[in-house]
Design a protein around this ligand. Structure first.
Ligand SMILES: Cc1cc2nc3c(=O)[nH]c(=O)nc-3n(C[C@H](O)[C@H](O)[C@H](O)COP(=O)(O)OP(=O)(O)OC[C@H]3O[C@@H](n4cnc5c(N)ncnc54)[C@H](O)[C@@H]3O)c2cc1C
Length: 328
């Protein structure tokens, strides 16, 4: 097979393993990564976003207490097992803390000598078809701009034979629609911006969603809050307390929010809440309807790139595939 020059967008788990596999097959990958280091979503950023609803430039959604919801044996790549890290920093638990996953991905990058392939602080802005067999990748680099008079960012464009899009899929928060929320006086946040529970001390908090993040975060907050009320789709027959925390309650979904601070659930029960946390899944960065190999002249607003699915190699929930070189 002739060697291809391949742009890989993103240096999280998917981008790193894609780059390794491409090089093994004799191709020449170049990995573009907008962050200052590899690891993607596993790079904890305690700064979160200035916007509590999660809009803005922060990619990761990790909260400080997060542990994996899969055992480490299921998260490692087949030929590079996710064994417990050594030394004082190592976390031997099967469901490890997030720091251990980042260490694993960094070790993967070192072991397979991937750092030299990655252009850090370089954001892909657009991917366009160029002629019959090439892709024109436009990017903006803070790293290359250092020491130049380009105003902090340097823009450029390069041609590639193929593009692998590994830009993640949880970075775009999605909010639940709540009747009356415009006049509700409390504070709203999205789990994408949640890091630690301190700000909810002695407060009444409503959490929307009981996916893994919703479960974790509701328990995290229940440790400091006065009450935590979780609105879930699979509604319990009646409002009930969970066994783990006496101050954590399950409810059906929210019917409406009211001006006096009340949140009313679909079963008519109500609480006066200080905050609502949307633990609703982030939108995929590229919706299914656009999920095709022949994306041409797609202008890509920040972070909105195609996440290419197809097969699921073992590893931390990754999917990546090289677009067909045959054209649209
Ligand atoms: C809260 C949370 C908990 C999770 N828990 C688990 C778990 O326990 N087990 C598990 O297996 N999976 C878990 N996952 C899934 C997780 O997404 C995968 O483990 C894996 O990290 C996905 O890797 P990725 O490379 O596809 O995406 P990411 O890790 O998101 O990496 C994408 C990379 O692309 C970069 N990027 C984005 N846009 C651009 C651009 N335009 N130009 C250049 N670079 C760009 C980003 O900066 C980032 O580094 C969890 C996810 C979240 C959000």
């Amino acid at each position: 097979m002739p060697s291809s020059r391949v742009a890989v967008i993103g240096a999280g788990a998917a981008g790193l393993v894609a780059a390794r596999e491409l090089r093994r097959e004799g191709h020449a990958p170049v990995v573009f990564e907008l962050a200052a280091a590899v690891g993607g979503t596993w790079r904890y950023d305690d700064a979160a976003s200035a916007d509590p609803l999660g809009a803005g430039r922060v990619h990761g959604s990790l909260y400080a207490s997060l542990r994996t919801n899969l055992p480490r044996e299921c998260m490692g790549f087949l030929d590079f097992p996710f064994v417990a890290g050594e030394g004082a920093e190592g976390d031997p638990r099967r469901f490890t803390g997030h720091q251990e996953v980042l260490r694993y991905l960094e070790a993967f990058a070192r072991r397979f000598d991937l750092h030299g392939l990655v252009r850090l602080e370089t954001e892909v802005i657009s991917v366009r078809r160029s002629g019959d067999a090439s892709w024109s990748v436009s990017y903006c680099s803070r790293k290359l701009a250092a020491g130049t008079d380009s105003g902090g960012e340097l823009r450029d464009e390069e041609l590639f034979d193929a593009v692998v899009v590994c830009n993640g899929h949880f970075a775009e928060p999605r909010l639940a629609e709540i009747a009356g929320i415009d006049r509700w006086p409390g504070k709203q946040l999205h789990s994408h911006s949640y890091r630690v529970p301190n700000q909810f001390h002695a407060q009444v908090v409503v959490i929307i969603g009981y996916n893994p993040s919703g479960m974790d975060i509701s328990r995290d907050i229940a440790g400091v809050a006065k009450e935590v009320h979780v609105a879930i789709r699979a509604a319990p027959a009646e409002m009930q307390s969970t066994t783990a925390h006496a101050n954590l309650w399950l409810h059906p979904m929210i019917d409406r929010a009211e001006e006096d601070g009340s949140v009313v659930f679909q079963d008519g029960s109500r609480v006066k809440a200080d905050a609502i946390m949307h633990c609703t899944r982030g939108a995929p960065l590229f919706e299914k309807k656009n999920h095709a190999l022949h994306w041409v002249q797609v202008q890509l607003p920040r972070r909105r790139l195609c996440y290419h699915g197809g097969r699921q190699p073992r590893g931390p929930a990754i999917q990546a595939r090289v677009p067909a070189a045959a054209g649209p």
